[in-house]
Design a protein. Structure first.
Length: 187
């Protein structure tokens, strides 16, 4: 159930900018659907949480409820344009999670340890620096999304948030993999 809900939220998050900009007459329904989906996600996060799971999971559950409330407010006050802040909130949350992970085990280090439990000191430094790069990316991506939300023509916001930002995420993700395979192993 949780995996299916994640896939549905991902699908609706991807189509959200296009739905808001190009299908304005249905935006109220899209906002209600997003509120319901994020509310369900929050319920599932708290429902499956155990004492052994990390603090990030409970924080994500809380953030899910914040997004549920955000979309409910957007549906009520849709004329005020707060619905364009969704990508800003997502980037701010991800940036904060990655930033606060630097105090203990950086987020990218956690991902790397899923594959290999004992990382070399050189790899720990690399994953810490890569976490910092992702923090910078989230800050820039959220900033661009926010600035485009202020533009009068929302088509730019829709295209950036619905397509270009995903291409940039993919470029950073796959670019790092290529960099790591060809340059780091030869160093």
């Amino acid at each position: 159930m949780k995996t299916i809900l994640k896939a549905i939220i991902t699908l609706f998050s991807v189509i959200y900018p296009f739905g808001i900009v190009f299908f304005r007459e249905f935006s109220f329904y899209l906002l209600i659907i997003m509120a319901i989906l994020w509310g369900l996600r929050g319920i599932l996060e708290f429902g499956f949480e155990s004492e052994n799971e990390s603090k990030n999971l409970s924080e994500f559950g809380k953030f899910s409820f914040v997004l549920c409330g955000f979309f409910a407010l957007c549906a009520v006050f849709s004329a005020y344009g707060i619905k364009y802040l969704y990508p800003v909130l997502i980037n701010a949350f991800l940036g904060a999670v990655f930033y606060f992970s630097l105090a203990s085990t950086p987020m990218i280090t956690k991902f790397a340890m899923l594959k290999e439990k004992n990382l070399e000191p050189k790899a720990l430094i690399y994953t810490r620096n890569l976490t910092k790069i992702w923090i910078g990316f989230f800050a820039i991506n959220g900033g661009v999304s926010g600035l485009l939300a202020l533009c009068e023509n929302k088509v730019y916001w829709g295209v950036y948030c619905g397509a270009i930002s995903y291409v940039l995420v993919g470029a950073l993700f796959f670019g790092e993999i290529i960099f790591r395979k060809f340059y780091i192993k030869n160093a």
